[in-house]
Design a protein around this ligand. Structure first.
Ligand code: PEP
Length: 250
């Protein structure tokens, strides 16, 4: 039995006051449930603020990206060990916005994966096809290529603790959601691919769905056998909506 996980990706949103209000809202009704891991991923500059607000609570802290390198001449970047110093337990890697806007490729994502594992930070590896790729019938090939890049470098222990997020690019921030059947088909294929590398780890790896998840769509998605929770963008910015999504996963 895999523990559900719901991650809120705030993207480049928030400010000191709004963050405090959002976290207060999340904590006011966070009943604490052993069936689910909940985390929020604020913009990097707010990580110390949110870390302080979350201290001693059941909500964990994640980062939205990180460098593959430990230190050095990488202006503007932040290393995993720096994030770990601020209680960051998870890091989103290979988000489609980073792939599209910053040109991140599969091999960079694999390097970042290794850096996260070395720093003791749980990677949330994002993969997903574009609309053109889906329409061309390439969905399973694309996500397999993206996932293989990480599977090829992961050792067994790291792999079992890894979180994968299937996020069809056409569903992110668009209001379009994959149907539960569409998502399950991909999740099942991803788990089968992981099993080719390590059958025991395949049963443990948590595979999240992301792409315009709302309180209304969450329950049906999370009821699918290979969907272990969600990576939530827009709906994670409102405490009530995010908590409703967490309840659907618990
Ligand atoms: C995301 O940013 O990973 C995401 C899934 O966003 P949204 O929920 O807004 O589609």
């Amino acid at each position: 039995m895999r523990k559900s996980i719901v991650a809120g990706n705030w993207k480049m949103n928030g400010n000191l006051a709004a963050n405090a209000e959002l976290v207060t809202g999340l904590l006011s009704t966070q009943s604490g449930n052993d069936n689910i891991d909940v985390l929020v991923c604020p913009p990097a500059v707010y990580i110390p603020q949110v870390a302080a607000l979350l201290q001693g609570t059941r909500v964990a802290l994640g980062a939205q990206n990180a460098s593959a390198f430990e230190k050095g001449a990488y202006t503007g970047d932040i290393s995993l060990s720096m994030l770990a110093e601020f209680d960051v337990q998870y890091v989103i890697l290979g988000h489609s916005e980073c792939r599209a806007l910053f040109g991140e490729d599969d091999s960079q994502v694999a390097s970042k994966f290794l850096a996260a594992v070395a720093a003791g930070v749980t990677p949330i590896v994002c993969i997903g096809e574009t609309l053109e790729e889906r329409q061309a019938g390439q969905t399973l090939d694309v996500v397999a290529r993206q996932l293989r890049a990480v599977l090829d470098v992961a050792d067994t222990v790291a792999l079992a603790g890894t979180v994968i997020a299937y996020e069809p690019v056409w569903a992110i921030g668009t209001g379009l959601t994959a149907t539960p059947e569409q998502a399950q088909e991909v999740h099942q294929a991803l788990r089968a691919l992981i099993a080719e590398y390590d059958a025991a780890a395949a049963l443990k790896v948590r595979i999240l769905y992301g792409g315009s998840v709302t309180a209304d769509s969450a329950a049906q998605l999370f009821a699918q056998p290979d969907i272990d929770g969600g990576l939530v963008g827009g709906a994670s910015l409102k405490a009530k909506d995010f908590l409703a999504i967490c309840s659907a996963a618990a």
